[in-house]
Design a protein around this ligand. Structure first.
Ligand SMILES: Cc1cc2nc3c(=O)[nH]c(=O)nc-3n(C[C@H](O)[C@H](O)[C@H](O)COP(=O)(O)OP(=O)(O)OC[C@H]3O[C@@H](n4cnc5c(N)ncnc54)[C@H](O)[C@@H]3O)c2cc1C
Length: 437
């Protein structure tokens, strides 16, 4: 009998499968779609161009995600950037990079020079960083208040909130400051800005996301079988245990099961878990892909201030840019052409070369269900890996991963579920790597 059935081929399910496979267990992974990666994936447009659903980035502090890439032997397909350009409308660029001082003071030099913040803004942000170091682990209400509440309590100026905190945190957490638990803002600052002098470095895959989980890597794990176009239609439960699953008209069974489906699927798939997801809400991300008739920038990427677009990523010699708008609720109802016009219009404010360039092609991806909304108070509703059913373990970015909805959170949840599963199979193993301090 197969040792483990994993349901869902997003990062959580893939991480669980790869980890369990490394123990010698036999694993079968069932994925509805014809490709792997779930919400972090790529696909072909009708003209055969392969695009990511949206640019996905990671930081060096995403230690479990990097470990997962290492298992798949694809870590060299992620390029890390140690300079983060901030751009103002008009085109002025300021570079955020580490300086000569050791962590946690490594940003002092570039921070002091940032021209888009005033001295008062910077002093306030410096005080807030200090408060984060002092309050972390001591203050008890950070899961229940919003980051905006906390920033206002710390007397941050409107300019610092808009041009620093909002700019950094909304993309990282995919939620507005007033709707994000302060604990998430703390985590980004602690791990990304303060922990070590390279933890902020931004990793951008230099291949389409789908290539990271290509079949080559799984070929090296013969005991892990991946089934694509294989939706699990039913999970059979008897006497507090999963006894099998149905997929494509056939039945399959295993000793242990890992569910790695999103929060809005678990209730229909395994109602016997009794997991209440009513406190969860979605938060959207919009990706706009624009191809120009000529190069419009030499920068590899930049975060853009004061407009809707928060980032651009240069995908092809400055001709093809991928633009990202996180927490993009207000764009969901907007017709696609209007989103393209808005994005291109804004981009032209930042990149003078784009003003004369013609748009050859553009494509909008509205991911209405991109992530769960990291709302204050939600932590109480995120379920652990252990379920009511004896041999069913839960993974997915929405479970208690200790992280917001990110690739790192998904992999952490997969590793956690895999540790429980491995123990139940009497193959105890540790997969989860603790956060950097
Ligand atoms: C547009 C966008 C941009 C993002 N940007 C970033 C970023 O820059 N950095 C970052 O860290 N994170 C980012 N994220 C978040 C990140 O993609 C997710 O947090 C993560 O990929 C979630 O992984 P998961 O495995 O938990 O869930 P999913 O990726 O949703 O995987 C669940 C899988 O289960 C499958 N499934 C569902 N039901 C069944 C069934 N019955 N049978 C079989 N299979 C089933 C689904 O098809 C899916 O493949 C972004 C997300 C989006 C959408």
């Amino acid at each position: 009998m197969t040792d483990v059935i994993v349901i869902g081929g997003g990062l959580a399910g893939l991480a669980a499968a790869a980890a369990l496979g490394s123990t010698g267990a036999t694993v079968e992974l069932f994925e509805t779609r014809p490709f792997l990666g779930g919400r972090a994936t790529s696909y072909s447009l009708p003209d055969s161009e392969v695009i990511d659903n949206c640019q996905h980035i990671l930081l060096r502090c995403c230690v479990n995600l990097l470990d997962f890439y290492h298992r798949l032997a694809v870590e060299d397909k992620v390029h890390f950037f140690s300079e983060i350009p901030f751009m103002e409308p008009g085109g002025r660029v300021s570079i955020f990079r580490r300086g000569l001082l050791p962590a946690p003071l490594h940003f002092t030099e570039s921070f002091i020079r940032l021209p888009f913040l005033t001295v008062r803004d910077k002093l306030g942000i410096g005080r807030a960083f200090l408060a984060i170091m002092l309050e972390h682990g001591r203050r008890k209400d950070l899961e229940d208040i919003s980051m905006l509440d906390w920033l206002e309590e710390k007397g941050q100026t409107p300019n610092a909130i808009e041009r620093f905190w909002r700019q950094v945190l909304v993309s990282a957490i995919n939620e507005e400051l007033g709707r994000m638990a302060a604990s998430h803002g703390f985590q980004v600052v602690r791990l990304g800005f303060l922990a070590t002098d390279d933890s902020y470095e931004m990793g951008v895959p230099n291949v389409p996301l789908g290539e990271l989980y290509g079949s080559e890597a799984w070929g090296r794990m013969p005991n892990v079988k991946i089934r694509l176009r294989a939706a699990v239609e039913k999970v059979e439960v008897a006497d507090g245990r999963v006894t099998g699953i149905a997929s494509g008209g056939a039945s399959f069974s295993a000793k242990q099961y890992v569910s790695a489906v999103p929060y809005d699927r678990i209730g229909a798939l395994v109602p016997e878990t009794g997991i209440d997801t009513s406190a969860f809400e979605h938060s959207s991300i919009t990706g706009v892909h624009v191809w120009f008739d000529r190069p419009v920038t030499e920068l590899a990427n930049a975060t853009l201030l004061d407009r809707n677009i928060q980032w651009f990523f240069n995908k092809e010699g400055g001709r093809y840019l991928q633009l990202v708008i996180s927490a993009s609720r207000k764009l969901l109802e907007m017709p696609r052409q209007q989103v393209i016009d808005l994005a291109v219009g804004e981009l032209r404010e930042f990149l003078p070369a784009a003003r004369d360039a013609q748009v050859v092609k553009a494509h909008v991806v509205k991911e209405a269900r991109a992530t769960f909304s990291a709302l204050p108070g939600l932590h109480k509703h995120r379920p652990p890996a252990k379920t009511k059913l004896e041999n069913l373990w839960l993974a997915g970015d929405w479970t208690q991963s200790g992280w917001p909805a990110t690739m790192e959170g998904a992999v952490r949840s997969g590793y956690k579920a895999a540790e429980f599963t491995a123990a139940a199979l009497e193959r105890p193993a540790r997969f989860l790597i603790p956060d950097i301090k």
